[in-house]
Design a protein around this ligand. Structure first.
Ligand code: SF4
Ligand code: SF4
Ligand code: FES
Length: 226
């Protein structure tokens, strides 16, 4: 099967982006956009695991943010496939974007614990399960692409900061818990429009709605007693 990959490219240090077509002959119906980019060779992009586990290969394929290693060419709607870098981050080169704002936001959210995790008076099994789901987040940024309220540098941090934030609500130190809940209210709760576009797009199938509902409850009205 022959495919044309229309790639939106940019040379490092240049402002201007331009489209370039690459022909690719696929020999297997399991070939992915990542396999094609690897064979083409010329285009700059990021990958590490090729198994949907690192998030590095997130890009916009046929106008949908996805992981290149998880997008089969045979599942695309036609033999001509458009491939663009994520649009909410500065483009470094071709499909490589600078997602460092994601990590800076996580630093602001203080997603580390001062002591062992403890869900206090909340239902421990339920919250353990939610924390486990949160740990599935690979920081790919696909959810931010479709989020109507996220833009880099804004006070709303978007869904990519939520799954790991689950940890801070199992904080046992009372003062740190209150500080963390305050950060959650400022950077997540008050900016999220609950449109749940993030839920449909997440390549790890994280139930973002469930995380939001439970974190909102813990951070906004259901104070832990400990
Ligand atoms: S629910 Fe909507 S506003 Fe909130 S994080 Fe998801 S996409 Fe963004
Ligand atoms: S919530 Fe899903 S889409 Fe968003 S960064 Fe995490 S894994 Fe990616
Ligand atoms: S290369 Fe790791 S998720 Fe695609």
């Amino acid at each position: 099967m022959k495919y044309t990959l229309k790639v939106l490219r940019k040379a490092p240090g240049e402002e201007k982006q331009y489209w370039q077509d690459f022909e690719y002959e696929s020999e297997s119906e399991n070939d992915t956009v990542a396999s094609a980019l690897l064979k083409i060779g010329e285009v700059k992009w990021e990958c590490s695991c090729l198994q949907k586990k690192c998030g590095a290969c997130a890009m916009v394929i046929d106008n949908i943010p996805r992981l290149a290693c998880d997008t089969k060419l045979s599942d695309c709607k036609s033999e001509t496939i458009t491939v663009q870098p994520l649009r909410k981050f500065p483009v470094i080169s071709d499909l490589v974007v600078d997602r460092s704002i994601l990590y800076r936001n996580l630093e602001t959210m203080k997603t580390w614990l001062s002591q062992d995790a403890d869900f206090g008076d909340a239902n421990p099994d339920k919250y353990r399960e939610l924390a486990y789901q949160g740990s599935e987040c690979i920081q790919c940024g696909c959810c931010l692409e479709v989020c109507p309220n996220f833009y880099p540098g804004g006070s709303f941090f978007g869904m990519a900061s939520v799954p790991l934030t689950m940890r801070l609500l199992s904080e046992t130190d009372r003062k740190l818990y209150m500080d963390n809940a305050k950060l959650y209210r400022k950077h997540i709760y008050s900016g999220c429009g609950k449109s749940l576009a993030c839920k449909d797009i997440c390549p790890r199938k994280i139930d973002t709605e469930k995380l939001l509902v439970n974190l909102n409850a813990l951070a906004v009205w259901k104070r832990k007693k400990k």
